[in-house]
Design a protein around this ligand. Structure first.
Ligand code: NAD
Ligand code: UDP
Ligand code: UDP
Length: 314
């Protein structure tokens, strides 16, 4: 048991709630803050009775004065549908949120881990993406509020590190899925599973040949925890994701097989700036964290489908 006190922003969200589970189980004092924009109390309801867990409603765009040893900064809507609904707030959450968490980390001398994203690579010309690739991001498109907000948050992390000697850790998370994903968040894994379970048409955007690499949530959280524990001089950024790459058509076939659904495919227009290919190079994570994903897409989809069956009551 370890009574380090840890702040998790966005802790009532999909990834944040799984992170809180692990931290609470390890005996840390966990303070979870969330404005419940896309997250929900339900995701952490099972932790509310624990003496080492506290949940508080707070928006990271406002200052926060607490005493903690470590901060995991996850607050930010992550699915295109949600982050594009109020794009100005999305940028504010990434940028003002990062400034506030950095100011807090500076005052209390806490170590800060930033949940960055593969979206900092934009629609990449390099494949698979390595951390030293600078990316190809449209600064003025509909995805920019998220991509550029996260890029600016990374800039702030590294400047506070260089200028104020802050202990920072930056992880670039690739598409992650699992139980507690929001059923209506528009992401491909949740959309396909919900559509398959309801017997609705599976919506393939574009020709379905674009690729993504899907990491199961337990693997991802393990990578984040290991990153937080690395020596101070290792700051990242480090890719965390599963290099197994699938086209959206392959994903749809797998979901149909595992759900036993007879849903038909339907083709819809490809959203603007939708990256054609995405796959992490995880060599750095393997070398520095001794980490690699262990759960195959098929094995991870099974508990995810079971979760959505419960949510939908089917
Ligand atoms: P999520 O939407 O489930 O979680 C985000 C949480 O942040 C929610 O609980 C939401 O209510 C909260 N939040 C949003 N704005 C806030 C604000 N201003 N103040 C306080 N709380 C706020 O998404 P997720 O998939 O769990 O993503 C968590 C983090 O990981 C995000 O920073 C996201 O950018 C990053 N990430 C996720 C993925 C993925 O595939 N899931 C990929 C790359 C990066
Ligand atoms: N901040 C915070 N909690 C703290 C300390 C600072 O939320 O415990 C916020 C504060 O509102 C400030 C931001 O973090 O706007 C950046 O702090 P920093 O000390 O870097 O800058 P300054 O206070 O000089 O603007
Ligand atoms: N996608 C799709 N059908 C859907 C939702 C998404 O074909 O119902 C596609 C989307 O166009 C993208 C990929 O699946 O090419 C992954 O989309 P998601 O929103 O999950 O993540 P991101 O684009 O942020 O990687």
């Amino acid at each position: 048991m370890d009574d380090t006190s840890i702040l998790v922003t966005g802790g009532a969200g999909f990834l944040g709630s799984h992170l809180c589970d692990r931290l609470v189980a390890a005996g840390h004092e966990v303070l979870c803050i969330d404005n419940f924009y896309t997250g929900s109390r339900r995701n952490v309801a099972h932790l509310l009775g624990k003496s080492n867990f506290e949940l508080s409603r707070h928006d990271v765009t406002f200052p926060l004065y607490v005493e903690v040893d470590r901060i995991f900064n996850l607050a930010c809507p992550a699915s295109p549908v949600h982050y594009q609904f109020d794009p100005v707030q999305t940028t504010k959450t990434s940028v003002h949120g990062a400034i506030n968490m950095l100011g807090l980390a500076k005052r209390v001398k806490a170590r800060l881990l930033q949940a960055s994203t593969s979206e900092v690579y934009g629609d990449p010309e390099i494949h698979p993406q390595r951390e030293d690739y600078w990316g190809r991001v449209n600064p003025i498109g509909t995805r920019s509020c998220y991509d550029e907000g996260k890029r600016c948050a990374e800039t702030l992390m590294f400047d506070y590190h260089r200028q104020h000697g802050l202990e920072i850790k930056v992880v670039r998370i690739f598409n992650t899925y699992g139980p507690r994903m929001h059923p209506n968040d528009g992401r491909v894994v949740s959309n396909f599973i919900v559509q398959a379970l309801k017997g609705e048409e599976i919506t393939i955007y574009g020709d379905g040949q674009q690729t993504r690499s899907f990491c199961y949530v337990d693997d991802l959280i393990e990578g984040m925890l290991r990153m937080m524990d690395t020596p101070a001089e290792f700051v990242g950024p480090v890719n965390i994701g599963n290099p197994g790459e699938f086209t959206m058509l392959e994903l749809a076939e797998l979901v149909l097989k595992l759900t036993g659904s007879r849903s038909k495919l339907t083709f819809k227009p490809l959203p603007a700036d939708d990256p054609k290919q995405r796959c992490p190079d995880i060599g750095l994570a393997q070398r520095t964290l001794g980490w690699a994903p262990t759960v195959s897409l098929e094995d991870g989809l099974k508990p995810t489908i079971a979760y959505f069956k419960g949510v939908l009551g089917v």
